[in-house]
Design a binder for this molecule. Structure first.
Ligand code: C2O
Ligand code: CU
Length: 478
């Protein structure tokens, strides 16, 4: 093993500490050093242990639906603390949880609502919560400099002022994000608005959040975090914290609010019967038109708004949602035969106004596993300043070690180009995004305009091990 692989890992306090926390310092440390990219993982890591196995079909467990809480006149409290979770069929795991839930409660707000949320730190280490995709001022954005210690409270207060979208919340403490997310801290944050309401999309039991991620279980069945500098890859898929899940569906059109909540894994979503999803939205809300599509590659932090037509699914017929990359079965849909109807919208969903000509261009190279433009993250350094309200072109490239899902706080952006590599912009990259996948050999260009708030924000790789090792930058909107 070459020393340039080990140094960035061992130099970072987060990794040393995280490894120690698994109680397997020797083994985990060794695997970090010997496996520095996704391509050097062992066969075990790719084995489809979570889905159908040769010679047997797993017992399916009811898909967990996290409880919903609405922001409103009264303050919400989110307590991050150790707890336990039934991953399905009574298989109990330890977890880190918001309000005792894994995933955390689904927070719902309407555009214009005032959100007052208190984060209480019941962990034994610092934490802070970031509302990924929410356009809030910087004291509410969960920057790591606002992390609170054990027993501390952070009070958030902001007005929800953005399009309807599926956003999400997760910890963002310095060098501890990967661990806390992997061990369970994450939840959906859904914003609704009048434009969305006018479309009459499937709602209630027909609108289902799907937080898709992977995990790794120890011998006792507890989720463990065994970070690798190339990104943590688990061996078991979870949807909403459920192993081998099943959702009973009527003869109806369903709306799935999909989040890739994994630390590092990309999912290649497809239906086993070859049917298309109807893609209607992504990170920043609705697209202009519905797009039928049979395969979507979703990287960590990215979201999808999908309609699936089960109107012809008969009683006890099943359809599997699969991850075509790992060959995993993710979620089985099983028909109840009960007709509840619904329809697929055919007209326009929304209007996306393209950002105008850029005032300036900035380039960002995602270097190694821990740097942007040659620098590791420094919580106390402002790397660049962006004038409020200007349209800028940001050009993302990498010298290797991708995938790098590039995420920007403080604004949504529009993807305007991808050259090299896959060389195309995919339908799920239209409209407004806050996270875009950068693969090796690719240059991805976006246009962005920070017109929500001034202040200090972050840009980083959303492969959380890269983020924790320093592939992150502070910038100030001035
Ligand atoms: Cu989802 Cu800066 O993070
Ligand atoms: Cu990365």
């Amino acid at each position: 093993m070459s020393s340039h692989h080990s140094e960035p890992v061992l130099d970072r306090r987060g990794f040393v500490r995280l490894t120690a926390s698994t109680g397997l310092l020797g083994a985990a440390g060794l695997s970090m050093l010997t496996s520095c990219s996704d391509h050097t993982m062992t066969g075990m890591d790719h084995a489809p242990m979570g889905g159908a196995k040769p010679g047997g079909t797993p017992t399916r467990n009811p898909l967990r639906i996290p409880p919903t809480v609405n922001v409103g006149p009264s303050e919400l409290t989110l307590t991050a603390a150790p707890g336990s979770a039934d991953l399905g069929g009574g298989r109990i795991s330890t977890a880190l949880e918001y309000n005792g839930e894994f995933p955390g409660p689904t927070i719902r707000a309407s555009s214009g609502d005032r959100a007052t949320i208190s984060l209480v730190n019941g962990l034994s280490e610092e934490t802070i919560t970031h509302w990924h995709g929410m356009l809030v001022d910087d004291v509410n954005d969960g920057h790591p400099r606002f992390a609170i210690g054990p027993g501390g409270t952070y009070r958030y207060a902001f007005t929800v002022n953005q399009r309807a979208a599926l956003n999400w919340y997760h910890p963002h403490p310095h060098m501890l994000t990967g661990k806390q997310v992997a061990l369970g801290l994450a939840g959906a944050f859904i914003v609704n608005d009048a434009e969305e309401a006018s479309l009459g999309l499937p709602a209630g039991a027909l609108e289902v959040p799907l937080i898709i991620r992977d995990t790794r279980l120890d011998r006792a069945g507890n989720m463990q975090y065994t970070p690798k500098s190339g990104g943590f890859l688990g061996s078991v898929p979870l949807v909403n914290g459920t192993r081998d899940p099943q959702l009973l569906v009527g003869k109806a059109v369903y709306r799935f609010r999909v989040l890739n909540g994994a630390n590092a894994r990309i999912f290649g979503l497809a239906l086993a019967n070859g049917a298309s999803f109807i893609l209607i939205g992504n990170d920043g809300g609705l697209l202009e038109q519905p797009v039928p599509i049979s395969r979507i590659d979703l990287s960590p932090g990215e979201r999808l708004d999908l309609l699936v037509d089960f109107r012809s699914l008969g009683l006890n017929q099943t359809v599997m949602l699969r991850d075509a990359r790992a060959g995993w079965d993710l979620l089985e849909f099983k028909g109840t035969g009960v007709a509840t109807g619904g329809s697929i919208p055919t007209g326009s969903l929304s209007t996306i106004t393209p950002l105008g000509p850029e005032v300036r261009t900035r380039s960002f190279s995602f270097d190694g596993m821990s740097k942007i433009n040659g620098r590791e993250y420094d919580i106390n350094r402002t790397d660049f300043q962006v004038p409020f309200g200007d349209v800028e072109k940001w050009v993302f490239s990498t010298n290797g070690n991708a995938p790098h899902p590039v995420h920007v706080h403080g604004a949504s952006f529009q993807v305007v180009g991808r050259t090299g590599g896959r060389g195309t912009i995919y339908p799920w990259e239209a409209g407004w995004k806050d996270t875009v996948l950068l693969e090796d050999g690719e240059t991805v260009t976006v246009k962005v305009r920070f017109d929500a708030s001034r202040g200090l924000y972050l840009m980083h790789c959303h492969k959380l091990e890269h983020e924790d090792m320093g592939m992150m930058a502070n910038f100030k909107v001035v």
